[in-house]
Design a protein around this ligand. Sequence first.
Ligand code: NAD
Length: 440
Amino acid sequence: MTDREQLDAEFGSEMEIVLQTKQPLTRSVQLMQRAGAKMGLKQDEINELISPQQLIVFRIPCKILGKVVNFWGCLALHNSARGPFKGGIRLAPDITIWETTELARLMTLKCAACDVEFGGGKTGIRVDMAAMYKLFGRQPRDLEFEKIISLDAVEYYSQSFRDVFSSHIYVPAPDMGTGPDEMAFIYNETLDPASVTGKPEGTHGWLPGRRESTGVGCAYIACRAMCELLDRDPEGATVAIQGFGNVGRPLAQSLVEEGVKVVGITDLYGGVYNADGLDIEGLLEHYAEHATVGGFAGGRPLSNEELFALQVDVLIPAAAGDVITEQTAHDINARCIVEAANMPTTVGGMEVLKERQIQVVPDILANAGGVIASMLEYSSSLSAIKPSKEEVLATVCKKIEENFELAVQMARSEQISIVEAAVGIATKRVYDVMKHRRML
Ligand code: NAD
């Protein structure tokens, strides 16, 4: 069997297995079920809120560096009651249709929780860089090679879905494994600045502040959480962060600007700890050269396990999902968790944290900066009036703060967690519009 045939066989069978599985009881499904029951909704109404409107599974043959490689992926269009389906394009080796659906559902909740006029969608494309290195006989890590793979995958994908973007049915953005460069390929395809957000600086319809919006919004709400939930001044407070990517880097920079001490950061390839606070500017220079925080001279090495156990005011998972589970939540020594990543805490993990009185600021508030900025990018692309970076970041912080305050008030008055309160507010907002539009 050739490498190509082997890859096809693996991807083909995987796709068939996934298509035959039942929708799992994921975090957002469980939280929306609870919220719906609390609102007194009928089970069929709750099912409508939870179910995706459309799931498109696709397979894209791409010609990359002279070889034809097949990627498969999924476009999950969850709910468009409040506006066009909105959500990032994720490239990862472990994409499944249910994970993509879950992320699309999360976008519905996030847009509603922060009162952004979009619905929820998501694209997952299964790109396994380790398999690519093997297939092309290259040695990891070769960032130029990885860029060629991701750009080609997105270019072929955007050719297949041009009409969906051009008609603003689904407006994509960057997510794990993609960034502004990949979004430029979508713009190339549609030549419509409102068809995609997260476009690179200078491209028609780009938005100042969009790149750092998620990290800045998350840093802002982490500081609000220190004051409101921990009764602690951000100046001198300690934070540990998992992930130093599109979100993690501006997040760390923003926190340091507020006087916070970022004492530990890890990524997929290493980690670093400094009890006096890391020199983030120095770390960014190190990262620009090595593409990892590992090996930075301004601290000692740190593993992911150690990072999660650090005694800090706030722990910010800003990398992958499901990293705080029923098992690992017992080892956490932070006073509060701010979810910069999407769904880093499982429902079981949340229960343990609740018992241990460790509050969680949910992803649908904490990392909503990107989609709030996307709303401004979309509307400024339609109107050709561009706000300044300061205006964009001020709107991001204001919108997150307003909705965080609502969730905190509801959590206090109803004796529930902030996560449950935020999901409750979002579910009601979606439900109300579905009722008005006779979608229910
Ligand atoms: P990215 O690909 O730019 O960076 C991810 C970072 O996490 C990298 O430093 C990587 O090395 C690290 N990482 C990944 N898996 C890890 C693991 N298992 N252990 C330790 N480190 C790991 O991605 P990003 O855009 O920064 O997104 C991070 C998270 O934030 C994702 O959950 C994403 O869905 C979510 N998010 C991103 C945005 C955005 O605007 N980019 C918006 C909302 C939510």
